[in-house]
Write a new protein. Structure first.
Length: 292
């Protein structure tokens, strides 16, 4: 009915992305139909509810981070103008969505306010095209944490650890064959740095592996420290540092490595990261940085 092309991302995720493509008018028609559909669902759900006030319709847009500055405007002037002229609530997330260079923009209000708001956001986006490459956000499947112990994979259900299907256990055993863990009392070979890479061949595991720092008798307690250097594009450094350094501190804590990020140098599009620690610490830090 709208004349727009509409694509819905794969299922089995807590959230899915609806991509609407076409001429501006077609996009507005599609957005109008979606907003009214959402309102219809809210009205239907309220017929069985004791709530007296109807909650607003809420949509979450996925916008390239490089366009968010234009959307907010100098000192928040643009976003204030959009709120006042449409009556919709608009919030731009401070952090980028996981593993992407996009941010969420949440709009809530009546369907009419949302439609007007989307129109204004589209105008801003047309006037300020994205800068550089955009890494799109891909929702991850819902998954429960998996813990590996004694060569067996377990999932946590309530207070109990339930043995996981054979497939995951086999993948874990395969991964363990390439790590330095040896039977207790034997000497430990140098860390080859292959464990994270083994995991990365199975992306299904990346969302569900709980990494615990472990102290195992028989492992060399203090392997020699070394240093590794990485270069990261400037436009991705923000998602590694996180707001007020929260993400980089998390990576430091989980990996046990010292991580230093060099200041931006004029004319360079990259920043240097220096990782210091045992080979195991460095390998885990690299893995966590790549995951971000």
């Amino acid at each position: 009915q709208s004349g727009a092309r509409i694509n819905i991302s794969e299922g089995n995720c807590p959230e899915r992305i609806v991509t609407i493509t076409g001429p501006t008018d077609a996009i507005f028609k599609a957005f109008a139909m979606i907003a009214y559909k959402f309102e219809e669902d809210i009205t239907n759900s309220m017929s069985n509810s004791t709530a007296t006030s109807k909650p607003p319709v809420t949509l979450r847009l996925v916008v390239p981070a490089s366009q968010c500055g234009s959307l907010i405007g100098k000192g928040g002037s643009k976003i204030k103008e959009i709120r006042e002229s449409t009556g919709a609530q608009v919030q731009v997330a401070g952090d980028m969505l996981p593993n992407s260079t996009e941010r969420a923009v949440t709009i809530s209000g009546t369907p009419d306010a949302i439609i007007q708001c989307v129109k204004q956001i589209c105008v801003v986006m047309l006037e300020s095209p994205p800068k550089g490459a955009t890494i799109p956000y891909r929702p991850k499947p819902a998954s429960t944490p998996v813990i590996f112990a004694g060569g067996q994979a377990y999932t946590i259900q309530g207070q109990y650890a339930i043995p996981h299907p054979d497939q995951l256990t086999k993948l874990h055993q395969l991964a363990m064959q390439q790590t330095p863990f040896t039977p207790l009392g034997q000497t430990t070979p140098a860390f080859p740095g292959t464990y994270p890479h083994t995991l990365s061949r199975y992306p299904c595991l990346l969302t569900s592996v709980t990494i615990f720092p472990c102290i195992c008798p028989g492992l060399d307690a203090s392997p020699p420290a070394s240093t590794h250097e990485l270069t990261i594009p400037n436009d991705l450094i923000g998602c590694i540092i996180g707001r007020q350094g929260t993400k980089i501190n998390e990576i430091r804590q989980m990996s046990g490595a010292q991580i230093k990020i060099a200041n931006a140098t004029e004319g360079s599009s990259e920043r240097q990261i220096t990782i210091t620690g045992t080979p195991a610490n460095i390998s885990l830090a690299q893995y966590l940085i790549n995951a971000r």
